[in-house]
Design a protein around this ligand. Structure first.
Ligand code: HMG
Ligand code: MG
Length: 298
């Protein structure tokens, strides 16, 4: 039996924009996030506090995070790689802090310039301080379903990194298909093991749609009782430090599917598409999601 309600977590302002080379102004980012806040979403990943040379698009993170209109009932989150990033996120009074690392040694090194073992103490300190500041903390694990450098990743490696993150005290774990290679059968196999190790209410799935399998992967996860999914409006997104990574699962396509299945999300598709048109105009190119393409033809 499928879940009656799904939590959709919008990562477009972070995962979506980080992969876009044409610069969006601070004012436009703020305006876009405010529109997202008006669509019924209860979670928005606003930005990241990473090195500006590594992700130039998000170098205005502090201004963006301080300028948005915060709505009651919405969790505003930011991605943070280390203590320095945490300071920015705390200064901007984010509700939730997201730490991230990879199950793949090579991707971890390319993305955050450290080995997996060197990363643990850095994240441990971030989680500890964030908790002292009464923040909730999310942990991301990348390349769960495949790595652009190492190919298939052993489930043991995923479980090992995930366990370490839970031991640090994260509240939720988001498992990433960073380069969008997963298929529903693989998702079923991996998540059965994950469900065996961790409570499924604390697990989110973060599918990229590089090869068109993200919605099918969501359904496979829902059939196992997983209820939290990351998505990016219009299907924007990708990790610049994972070769070949592209668009996230599109929030609008996910909401369309769930609406049709009478699964509750609280998100209004019309309002989402309105926000989609706004950022599409600013980027000056059509967004890749199906809903946005249909919208264009109207
Ligand atoms: P590093 O060069 O090894 O950093 O970069 P460092 O600690 O050696 O410090 C070097 C300099 O950087 C110092 O400045 C630091 O102050 C500064 P200096 O003393 O030389 O003047 N610095 C910073 N400045 C601003 N903000 C910071 C910061 N930290 C250090 N936070 C670092 C290491 C982690 C910073 C770098 O590799 C980095 O920023 N990486 C981020 C890459 C990234 O954002 N990738 C995309 C997000 S992950 C993703 O998309 C996957 C996900 O969506 C899930 C999935 O799909 O799988 C989450
Ligand atoms: Mg991602």
């Amino acid at each position: 039996e499928l879940p009656k309600k799904i939590n959709v977590k919008e990562v477009g302002p972070r995962d979506g924009l980080q992969n876009e080379s044409s610069r969006i102004s601070t004012v436009d980012k703020v305006n876009w996030i405010n529109r997202l806040s008006n669509s019924g979403l209860s979670y928005i990943e606003v930005t990241s506090f990473v090195h500006p040379k590594w992700i130039p698009q998000l170098s205005d993170s502090i201004q963006v995070a301080k300028s948005i209109d915060r709505k009651d009932g919405i969790t505003y989150a930011a991605l943070v790689p280390n203590r320095k990033g945490l300071e920015g996120a705390l200064e901007a009074n984010m509700d939730e802090i997201s730490v991230f690392m990879s199950a793949s040694e090579t991707h971890n090194q390319k993305n955050i310039n450290k080995s997996i073992n060197e990363t643990f103490p850095v994240l441990e300190e971030v989680v500890k301080v964030a908790k002292q500041e009464n923040k909730t903390v999310r942990g991301y694990v990348s390349t769960v379903f495949g790595c652009p450098y190492e190919g298939e990743i052993a489930i043991e490696d995923v479980v090992y990194v995930s366990k370490r993150l839970f031991e640090m005290g994260i509240d939720e774990l988001s498992l990433g298909d960073t380069i969008g290679v997963a298929n529903p059968k693989q998702v079923d196999r991996v998540l059965r093991e994950i469900r065996h190790q961790f409570p499924e209410q604390q697990i989110a799935l973060h599918f990229h749609n590089t090869r068109g399998t993200a919605l099918a992967n969501c359904l496979a996860a829902m059939q196992l009782g997983f209820t939290t999914f990351d998505a990016s409006l219009g299907g924007l997104g990708g990790c610049p430090y994972a070769q070949g990574a592209s668009g996230n699962l599109a929030t609008d396509d996910l909401i369309y599917m769930l609406d049709g299945m009478a699964i509750e999300t609280n998100v209004q598709l019309d309002a989402l598409l309105d926000a989609g048109r706004f950022i599409q105009d600013r980027l000056g190119k059509p967004l890749p999601s199906h809903q946005m393409q249909i919208d264009q033809r109207k």
